[in-house]
Design a protein around this ligand. Sequence first.
Ligand SMILES: [Cu+2]
Length: 123
Amino acid sequence: MTTRTRLAGAALATGLMLAALLTGCSTGTDPAASAAGNVVTITVKDMSYQPAEVTIHPGDTVEWVFDDGGMPHDVSGEGELEGVLQSELLTEGEYTYTFDETGTYTYSCTPHPMMVGTVIVEE
Ligand SMILES: [Cu+2]
């Protein structure tokens, strides 16, 4: 075997390994999607949380994205999350909170008490 053919063989092997890695990667992300650690986005706009109710798994994170044309809102937890689930008053940007325990959690907007939302955390 000459040096040239050995190099060609190595390049081919590397290509096959890359292909195997890429294939393994794409199939590997699907199980991860159902595992804990997902991020669910709620948009805060039009004087409401959209969607107003989400169901997630323990370890998942909820991200509230504030986008209501300059109208300030917050996320203010009720019950056991009072003072824990608590964002600033925001006109833009986002607030995230990770729910580790199962349960049904409600929150509202401090200046607009009619704005309410629910996060259901279940296995
Ligand atoms: Cu509000």
